[in-house]
Write a protein that binds this ligand. Structure first.
Ligand code: DGJ
Length: 750
């Protein structure tokens, strides 16, 4: 095991270096519209600019790499002076703590959060990282800077990578390399540290949740001390998403003011530590979660961290999300820079739960197709002895009682109906009541001799094991090869409990936190390589695994099992701060809703689901003629605005938080179409719906204005200028509880 890792880590490093070429000019830069890295050799300062942001670092008089600046884009010659370490402010605050270090080792008296902590075999745990050299390279993907640091005494090297993306995003990660002759143990490895200038007025946004209630947006002042966003659960988690945005209190709003933001690309245990230091600086350190972490490196081995993405805008939280959305579409998602539009899915889960069978699924498929659905997905229950959640996970053969002729007749009929076919899997799990568990009890994650904790009657397979990885890849490959499957809904319905790995040497068992996720990524990538047309949804009992790591390998996500349209407005609003609505699958489901018992009219449910990737999860066979006709009209309408919703620029016009009304708008990439959705959650005192002022339009252009329902937008002119739409806005006649509508504007002039 260790040998493999050594070989692959150093090979990865070597191949990366040999492919790149070194930029030798001492002060070089590309066009300002692009990402650019400018190096001032005399001052030893690198100035990295992209989008609205400049990020600057320099080597100080103590040979340490320190942050010089992160904020508004700087142009032209820099007024930055030669970097100097900050002084000791008191005997309790040494220079390593007062200086905003780029990547601090735990050593030299560091009292703030370290980026790297290492235990050496002789008991030493001190690490002081000095600057060694740098290498700038340019490739098709953009410019990249590598800065090498080394411990003052030991042959431990840290390679800091900075990759500049044109959308205004800087990607940072590190490679920690053991060139000593002995083994050492990494106890904490961050991808990067980001430093903000001193201020006591920072305000941060972050997202928390739980099953059925993900994506809740919080805003709070950053206080002295640490705010820790993290997952210790082995996966990204519903509870906190690895995203943050920081503004200035009293200055930053949805559409104005500075926002520093970041997002971590890792689907395992992670941590983002936001620390207001004694000097009132905010220091953000993100990467592997140090909790229960220990990663041994034998001589010659290296560990690569996840990627921490960072950005800055002066145009408020809305622009911060738009930068992230564009970056995700153009750089992260499969198919980037032009990911495919999401098809309209029908999913059987809420309609049938485990009670799936050939006749039932075919009846749903027939009706779904008549409504305009494009993809039929059979959810949980089709395999093994899966009658409920007590049995079957791990046994990925088609259940003969439910599908006596296999999946083929269903898939063939789905194709005849003009849809493609998808199916649910939960590859990383096993029920103790399964053939797989009876054959391989040792494959479940555990501490030998200790009780195993079940959740939803299931255990987590230890995907860090190569035999488990091979099994998972083989069954998925077989399933997709033998059946014409266009789509997998990849579920993951519990967190880790006893994260043991008894077949590994004791010193290596905690590698599970890294190796499990590496193997998950490798199975996903290999499956996609073998089946290039296959699309995958990341689901983890809802939105428990949404991050930029999984999104490199999955087209879409299921943000929540909560499909109540009112709750969904908040869930979708929160989600949109961190991720593009183009990947946010949203089903229309039956009422009363299974969770909130709320009954919301069908049109409102459709209009809420339409603000992401529309899907249907109702028992459509029970829809009457009126409901069916409404659904057909809604689906047809969605198809006319789908590229704008899924790939346009999102403006959160009126937030649903603490409001009885909300509105959201999308402007298409070419600016020719915009669509606004307005929702009245509950009317009080007969108050009119607030004027909806659009955003992001061309002020001087004329637009044709169309209402989805003319009666809800009375006295709407047929044509308006962009300035009129953004200034005078649109008056809507929404009334009562759960009334909603949509307005589409189309540009008539160039
Ligand atoms: C959890 C998912 O979030 C649901 O949509 C459904 O697929 C169930 N699992 C099936 O067990």
């Amino acid at each position: 095991m260790a040998l493999n890792r050594t070989a692959s880590a150093s090979l990865q490093l070597m191949s990366r270096f040999s492919l790149l070429f070194v930029v030798t000019v001492t002060f070089s830069g590309h066009s300002l519209a692009q990402g650019t890295i400018r190096y001032d050799a005399a001052k030893q300062i690198w100035q990295i600019s992209t989008g609205e942001m400049t990020y600057a670092i320099g080597v100080n008089d103590q040979h340490a790499l320190q942050t010089m600046y992160w904020g508004r884009r700087l142009e032209g010659a820099s007024a930055m002076t030669t970097p100097r370490a900050y002084p000791e402010t008191a005997s309790f605050d040494p220079p390593v703590s007062t200086t905003p270090l780029e990547y601090a080792g735990w050593g030299g008296g560091l009292t703030t959060e370290p980026a790297l902590k290492i235990s050496f075999p002789d008991g030493n745990r001190s690490l002081v990282l000095d600057y060694v050299d740098e290498e700038r390279t340019a490739g098709p993907g953009g410019e990249q800077l590598e800065i090498r640091l080394k411990d003052r005494l030991a042959e431990v090297y840290v390679h800091l990578f900075y990759k500049v993306y044109p959308q205004g995003i800087l990607a940072r990660w590190s490679v920690i390399e053991n060139r000593t002759k002995a083994s050492l143990t990494i106890e904490r490895a961050a991808s990067a540290t980001l430093n903000l200038p001193p201020s006591t007025h920072y305000e941060m946004n972050w997202l928390t949740g739980r099953w059925g209630a993900e994506w809740q947006l919080h805003t709070a002042a950053i206080q002295a001390g640490h705010t820790v966003l993290e997952s210790r659960r082995g996966s990204t988690g519903h509870q906190t998403n690895p995203w943050f945005a920081i503004g200035q209190a009293g200055e930053t709003t949805e559409e104005a003011g500075p926002v520093w933001f970041g997002e971590l690309g890792w689907s395992g245990s992670w941590q983002i530590d936001l620390e207001q230091t004694d000097s009132r600086r905010v220091k953000i350190t993100g990467g592997y979660n140090p909790f229960d972490f220990a990663y041994p490196l034998t001589a010659g081995q290296a560990l690569t961290t996840p990627v921490f993405y960072a950005g800055y805008t002066g145009k408020g939280r809305g622009e911060a999300s738009r930068i992230l959305h564009r970056f995700q579409r153009e750089e992260i998602l499969p198919g980037a820079p032009r990911p495919k539009l999401r098809p309209i899915i029908y999913n059987s889960w809420e309609a049938t739960e485990f009670n799936v069978n050939e006749a039932g699924q075919l009846a749903l498929a027939e009706k779904a197709a008549s409504i305009g659905v494009e993809r039929m997905v059979i959810d949980d229950g089709w395999f093994g002895q899966r009658k409920n959640d007590h049995a079957g996970l791990g046994d990925w053969y088609v259940n003969q009682e439910k599908f006596p002729h296999g999946l083929k007749p269903v898939i063939d009929r789905v194709h005849q109906l003009g849809m493609d076919f998808g199916i649910w899997v939960e590859p990383e799990m096993v029920n103790p009541d399964s053939d797989l568990y009876r054959k391989h009890p040792e494959w479940a994650m555990n501490f030998p001799g200790r009780p195993r904790t079940e959740a939803r009657n299931q255990l987590v397979l230890n995907l860090a094991r190569e035999d488990v990885k091979a099994y998972v890849l083989a069954f998925l490959d077989k399933l997709v090869t033998e059946n014409d499957i266009a789509f997998l809904k990849w579920d993951y319905n519990r967190n880790w409990s006893e994260p043991g790995w008894d077949s590994a040497a004791p010193a290596e068992q905690k590698e599970i936190y890294v190796r499990y996720v590496d193997n998950l990524y490798s199975v996903l990538s290999e499956l996609r390589r073998r089946h290039p047309k296959l699309e995958i949804e990341s689901c983890s009992g809802g939105g428990g695994r949404v991050d930029l790591g999984i999104l490199k390998r999955t087209e879409e996500v299921w943000p929540s099992d909560n499909t109540d349209a009112l709750d969904r407005l908040s869930i979708q609003d929160g989600f949109s701060h961190a991720y593009t609505p183009g990947i946010m699958v949203a089903w229309v489901t039956d009422v009363p809703n299974f969770l909130d018992k709320r009954s919301i009219p069908l049109e409102f449910r459709f209009l809420v689901a339409m603000s992401g990737a529309l899907g249907i999860g109702s028992d459509v066979t029970k829809w009457n003629a009126d409901e069916t006709a409404l659904a057909q009209r809604m689906v047809a309408f969605y198809k006319t605005v789908r590229p704008t919703v899924q790939q346009g620029s999102l403006y959160r016009l009126v937030s649903p938080e603490g409001s009885e009304q909300s509105a959201v708008e999308y402007v298409g990439q070419d600016g020719r179409q915009a669509v606004a959705f307005a929702y009245l959650h509950s009317q009080h005192y007969g108050e009119p719906f607030q004027t909806v002022r659009l955003a992001g339009l061309d002020g001087a252009a004329t637009y044709r204005v169309k209402a989805l329902d003319a009666a809800k937008a009375a006295r709407l002119p047929e044509e308006m200028t962009g300035n009129e739409l953004m200034g005078m806005g649109i008056s809507l006649r929404l009334a009562g509880d759960y009334d909603a509508t949509a307005i589409v504007v189309e540009k008539l002039t160039q």
